[in-house]
Design a protein around this ligand. Sequence first.
Ligand code: MLC
Ligand code: AMP
Length: 493
Amino acid sequence: MTNTLFDALFARHAQNDAPFLTLDDGSTLSYAGFIRRVAQLANVIASAGVSPGDRIVVQAPKLLDTIALYGAAVQAGAVYLPLNTAYTQNELTYFIEDASPALIVCDARSEAEIRMIGDTPVLTLSANESGTLSQAADGQSEQFETVPRGTEDLAALLYTSGTTGRSKGAMLSHKNLLSNAQSLTELWQITDQDRLIHALPIFHTHGLFVAMNTALLAGAQVRFMSAFDAGAIIEELPRSTLLMGVPTFYTRLLADPRLTKDLTANMRLFVSGSAPLLAETHVAFEARTGRRILERYGMTETNMITSNPYDGGRVAGTVGFALPGTEVLITDNGAPVADGEIGMIETRGDNVFQGYWNMPEKTAEELRENGFFITGDLGVKDTEGRVSIVGREKDLIIAGGYNIYPKELEDVINDVDGVLESAVFGVPHPDFGESVLAAVVLEDPELTVEGIAEIVEPHLARFKHPRRYIVLDALPRNTMGKVQKNVLRAEHV
Ligand code: MLC
Ligand code: AMP
C-alpha cells in the first residue's frame, strides 16, 4: 500500500545514512536516524488514538521532534496542523474548536491554558526535546506500518486569516504538497549536494513545505536553526549552498558588514518570498555578494505559484513565471485581461488546495468551479509571461512575512468600551516591510490609547499588535461610506 507524501519524502530515506539535520548544538542526525524517530513518533500518535484523517494540532518550538512529528503525522495518515507559537489562548481557542483535533502537541508552558480550551488529549514538546511526547517516543519501536493515503487525501490544514476576520483552514492534499515540492526541487536544481540554511519557522508554508519538503525530496542537508539569527547565518554561509527567507532576512543580512562576495562564495542560491522584496534590497544584495536573490510568489492556499528563473534573468520587483504545471491568469471579474494590464491574479493546478475547512461558502467565493483560485493579489503579466505583483485587493498587512488582517484587529479594538470605530492599516517599516497602525475614533473622550492597547493586546499575538495608535475625530470615507485606508496611509506614514 502507498502513502503518496510519505513514500516520496520520507520512506525513501529509510536506508540513507547521509547527514540530514544539523542542530544548534552542532549535532547531526542522518536521514535514516530521522526516519526511525519519525516512526517512533508515529507509534505515539497511533497509541494516542489518532485515526487516519484526524487532525493533530502542533504549537511547539522549532525542534528536531517538531519536524519529525510532521513526518509522523503523514506516516500515521493524520492531518498536520501547525500553529504559530505566538498565538494567545484566545486565538488558539478558535483554531482548536474549528479543527476539532484528536491530539494537541504544545509547549509545556502553554499546557494548562490549552487544557482549559477543551478535553482533547494533550502531549507536550518543549525546549531540548523534553516533554511527554518525546519521552513517550523514546520507548517506542523504530518501525511503524505506514497508513495508506492517496493523492487526494489531506496531509495538512494550515490556517490563514481572512478578510472577514475569521481564520480559514486551508485543506492541503498529498498531491498539493508533493507536486509543488517536485516543481520547486527541479526548477531550483536542489540535490543531495546542497546544504540549506533553515532559519524560518516551521508552522507556515514557507519554512515547512517550500524549505523542508524540497530538502527531503532532494536528500539535501539542512542546518536547522531554532530561530532566525543573522550572526548565525553569517557563520553558516561559507559551508552552505542554499538559503530561503523572507525579505527581512535579506535586509538584516545586508546590515552586517561581514556579508561579502567571499563569504557567500560557496552559496548557490538565495530565495526570497512571502512578502515583496524591495528592488533596492535585490540590487544592494547583488552589489555586496554578486548574487541575485531569486524571488518567488505563493500562498498558503496555493503553495508556490510563480518563480523567477534559476538560469536566466532574475528581475528585481518581479516574481517570475508560473511554475511548471501551474497556470496563472490576470483577470478582471474573471475574464483574462491583455498582457501588460493590471488585474486579479488567479491560479490553477495541482498546487491549489482543496478548499477551506468547514467553510463551503468561503471556498465557493474564492475557488472557481473551473479550478482557478482567486488570490486577492493584483498583478500584471508581460508578453513573455513574467508576473509582477502591483498590489493587493484584500485588506492585508504583511510584516516580516507574517500576515496580519486589519479586520481581525478592528473587531477587537471596536469591542473596547468607549471606542466608536477604528481603521487598521499598514505603513512602511524598514525592518518588517510594513508595520501596523490603528486609527481610532473615541466615544469616550477619557479613554487613552494606552488604555485601548492594554485591553486589546492580550487577545492577539504580539506580532499583530498595533505599533502606533492615532486618535481621529472621524475616519475618512468615500461616497459609498467605505473607509479610505489609502488616505489614512498617505497622511500617517
Ligand atoms: C517578530 N516581531 C514581529 C515580527 N516578528 N512583529 C511584526 N512582524 C513580525 N514578522 C516582533 C516580536 O514579537 C518583538 O516584539 C519584536 O518584533 C522584535 O522581535 P525580533 O527579535 O526582532 O524578531 P525576530 O524573532 O528576529 O523575528 C523576525 C523574523 C520573523 C523576520 C525573523 O518574524 C520571521 O521568522 N518571519 C518569517 C515569517 C514566515 O515564515 N512567513 C511565511 C508565511 S508563508 P517586542 O516588541 O515584544 O520586542 C507565506 C506563503 C509564502 O506567506 O509565499 O511563503
Ligand atoms: P499567506 O496567506 O501567509 O500564505 O500569504 C500569502 C500572501 O503573501 C500572498 O497572497 C501575497 O500577498 C504575499 N506574497 C507571497 N510571496 C510574495 C512575493 N514574492 N511578493 C509579494 N507578495 C508576496
